[in-house]
Design a protein around this ligand. Sequence first.
Ligand code: UD1
Ligand code: MG
Length: 506
Amino acid sequence: MAPATPAAVIVLAAGAGTRMKSKTPKILHPIGGRSMIGHALTAAVGLNPRELVAVVRHQRDLVADHILSLAEVLGTVPVIADQDEVPGTGRAVQCGLEALVATEPGPDAGPAEPVDSFGTVVVTYGDVPLLTTELLAELVATHEAESNAVTVLTALLEDPTGYGRILRDTDGSVAGIVEHKDATAEQRSINEVNSGIYSFDGGMLATALAEVTTDNAQGEMYLTDVLQIARAAGGRVAAVTTTDQWQVEGANDRVQLQALGAEMNRRTLDRHMRAGTSIQDPATTWIDSTVTLEPDTTILPNTHLQGTTHVSEDAVVGPDSTLVDTTVGIGATVTRTQASGAVIGDRAAVGPFTYLRPGTVLGEQGKIGAFYETKNTVIGRGSKLSHLGYAGDAEIGEYTNIGCGNITANYDGVNKHRTVIGNHVRTSSNTVFIAPVTVGDGAYTGAGAVVRKDVPAGALALTVAPQRNSEGWVEDRRPGSPAADAAAQARVGHGTSHTPQPDAGA
Ligand code: UD1
Ligand code: MG
């Protein structure tokens, strides 16, 4: 099929979406890692149209700001068209076309190009998140191959209630669309419905819309009236019927949004499995449509991959892990981990029970183990933070071993400070680094060290006070306790005596 490059795609997004029962506009609700309108615009931009238009009205500024914020990922700045107080899909498209005429420069940047020289104009909705570029391209290709005035995307539904019905002549050609509310009982028995997605001849569309009135059950300008008008003017009106109903289904409430989200996830997982990822338990695996996975990756149960997360070849993620905007290197393992904005190096190991916060960069073959939290910390190749600690605003060199329970005290109550630790360092258990502080290459720290001063390369940093044993303290101060009895028995066993000390433990 020839690649389809329409003049414009107009995405309708002016409706209120009251059934979501939400302060957030319906089309801004997330599904599979994007807003609903984000999916609609992504599918549209795949057609490579000259212009991408979004028609807005309800919560206009919020919606327009969101759409414009997608410009970078879409690779184009959508044109925002404001619908006025005239209701209906026909008026929405008319407003879209007007914005388009104002945007498109004429030849030699002269007066605006008349819309009838535009070519094909595609109309879709902002709340149909499973629609793909492929189906839109098929619609456009048929439209152009048949030189149609209008080509409408239709579906056969078991329960067509609420939808506009497709009226066909005895020869099967499309005669028009009648809205459910305007339909006769006989027309309501038709189960071929209008998806609301169309390919139009742009010039014909503008001319026909000028004839559309609000004379109907809902007092709206129906876009669907364009079909009859085009036919009466001698244009060819046809349909492309999809058997994939999910692609034309809109989300009107949170029940439908959930169903569409589950189906989107199922399709995403299928796509990854077909491309070489093993997913042990699709029922508990949720992967955003924005995530990328290389072949020969393994995703274990109850794992959520979100945003721009990327997992490289031979890596194993899960079980019980949530990765947001995180990169996992070749052959790395990530177990029972919550990570956001992190980079995990090749053959590195993370988890279990690990919390990686933004700016964590773990080098090749590095390790961040159980009950560790890291933030804004770069860890060199082969370095290990194996158990129980916090590393924030730190730089750790290569092949360094951070002992159990180490903490970077990075916050003085007002400002954050950096801890810099060199290569081949060995820190003992419960070392606290009072930032800003630097530990040189090959240095060691003793258990419980509180490192306030820089440690030169190769030095051993000790801050421990000498230990004093107060003999007999327990029997004096805790007489009759199980500990005192145990101590007395141990003394008898060793043949030692105990003289009570009047100032024991002082
Ligand atoms: C419309 C179609 C119907 C079709 C159905 C598919 C018309 C007259 N009817 O019905 O044949 O079966 O979609 O879902 O076109 N919108 C605007 N401005 C408006 C009104 C709507 O931008 O003034 C947008 C909405 O935000 C939504 C889309 O258009 O994205 C459809 O609106 P909606 O009210 O749901 O359409 P229906 O009347 O159900
Ligand atoms: Mg309506």
